[in-house]
Ligand binder design. Structure first.
Ligand code: SAM
Length: 292
């Protein structure tokens, strides 16, 4: 098979299969020959490792992963790409393509069935319309995976990897940092894709934490506090949290007083420890007062 990242090769394969790009499915295929080998190398794919890929497209990253890893399972939603992948992956016996939606596939079962006893990593050039939902799903399900290496929009990369307590941080920053350590590996220009998207991209890697950096009794409440705080990020946390969680301002004031976080702070000033402390304080305040 000729080089898959070559524009001429891609065009001829796609035209032979009568394929046209779907904007709705976030189909921007990589045509920069340097990106996929580098992404695969930095993803942790290697001997004894199984890789889950989301959205193989025509398989340009898949073949690089298959060269390094013991096994690759790629989940592709677009049925029209299946005959293309049959052709482009024909030389790789260690790749399995599953036709489905990454948000619906049972990933726990997939890992048990396909990668018994193996270290597992995720590596993907994500469809950008579901970047955060895919990342949060992979993290929240506490799948037995070591890391997630993904191409995302540059702005999403900046947000996810921003230090908490800075203006670039958002709800996704705080939520991701509970489960993983995030870093940007390298930037990728819009011209590296066909068709080129409107924005530049970056490859980030999330290393899954073995233990969480903060302890909270009620994780759901902490994530609700995080979402509420960032949903109205210009407001003080007293306003934003009481509005969304349906707690009166005076109750919340008391709870915040107990954990030492200022009611006039804004989401972008807070650390994960602060969010955990607020959640813990609200939980114990409500348990005490509602029990009365
Ligand atoms: N990996 C290829 C590359 O780098 O050239 C293609 C990446 S393209 C940005 C995203 C791919 O994800 C497309 O092939 C698209 O059909 C697929 N896709 C979109 N939504 C999906 C979903 N919900 N589940 C699985 N795959 C999806």
């Amino acid at each position: 098979m000729e080089r898959l990242s070559d524009i001429g090769t891609i065009k001829s394969i796609l035209s032979r299969h009568g394929f046209s790009f779907s904007k709705a499915l976030g189909q921007n295929f990589l045509v920069n020959p340097n990106v996929c080998p580098e992404m695969a190398r930095l993803s942790g794919a290697g001997a004894g490792v199984g890789v889950i890929e989301v959205g193989p497209g025509i398989g340009v990253l898949t073949v690089e992963l298959a060269k390094l890893a013991d096994k690759v399972v790629s989940i592709e939603l677009d049925k029209r790409l299946l005959p293309v992948l049959d052709e482009t992956l024909a030389d790789f016996g260690n790749v399995k393509v599953i036709n489905g939606d990454v948000m619906e596939v049972d990933l726990k079962k997939l890992i048990e069935d396909e990668f018994p006893g193996m270290d597992v990593v995720v590596c993907a050039n994500l469809p950008y319309y579901i970047t955060s939902p895919v990342i949060m799903r992979l993290l929240e399900e506490r799948l037995p995976i070591n890391s997630i290496t993904v191409m995302v929009q540059k702005e999403a990369a900046e947000r996810i990897t921003a230090p908490l307590g800075t203006r670039k941080a958002g709800a996704v920053t705080a939520s991701v940092s509970y489960y993983a350590e995030a870093k940007t590996l390298f930037k990728v220009s819009a011209g590296s894709f066909m068709p080129p998207p409107k924005v530049d991209s970056a490859v980030i890697r999330l290393d899954i934490r073995k233990t969480q950096p903060v302890r909270v009794e009620d994780e759901k409440l902490m994530f609700a506090v995080i979402r509420a705080s960032f949903a109205q990020r210009r407001k003080t946390i007293l306003n934003s949290i009481s509005n969304s969680l349906g707690i009166s301002k005076s109750q919340l004031s008391e709870a915040l007083g107990e954990c030492g976080v200022s009611p006039t702070a804004r989401a972008e000033n807070l650390t994960l420890e602060d969010f955990a402390a607020i959640a813990e304080s609200v939980r114990s305040y409500l348990a005490r007062t509602q029990g009365k």
